[in-house]
Design a binder for this molecule. Sequence first.
Ligand code: NI
Length: 167
Amino acid sequence: MALRQILHHPDPRLRQKALAVTRFDAALASLVDDMFETMYDAPGIGLAATQIDVQQRVIVVDTSSDKQSPLCFINPSILELRGVEEMEEGCLSVPGIFDYVERAQWVRIAAVERDGTPFEFEADGLLAVCIQHEMDHLDGKLFVDYLSQLKQTRIRKKLEKEQRLAG
Ligand code: NI
C-alpha cells in the first residue's frame, strides 16, 4: 500500500469527470487499498479517486467513530433520494474550509464491489451526506460550488495564497 498525494482546490484536475471502472483487476484492488490508507492517514471520512488524480469512478468512505467500517463504492449511481439535510462539510481537497451544504437526508445507491459484484446500499445522515459529497468529486464538483459566489471567490483566493506560501 502507498499514500497518494491529495490534490488541492483550485487544481483543475479536480474538475475532471471520472470514467467508469471496467477492469476489476489487481491494479483496482491496490488503488482501493491506497485510497483507504490515504483517507485514514489524512485523516478524513471519505475520498474519491479524483482527489488523488485517478480519473476512475471509485470512492471510499468511513464515517464510523472507531474507523473500523471501511466502505468502497465503485461506479456508484443514485437510485433514490429522500428528505433534506443541512450539514457542515469539509473536504481534504479544500483544507481548512468548512461550511453548510444542503443535501438529501437519505440515499439509495447502486455500486459495484472491487471484485465486480453489483450491490445496492442505503444510508442516512452523515453517511448519506458523505456518499453524495464523494460522488460529486467523480463529476468534478466540490462542496464549495454550492456556496455563494462571494464565498467561493474568498475561498479560492485564500487557498491560492496558502499554496504560494507553501511553495
Ligand atoms: Ni471532498
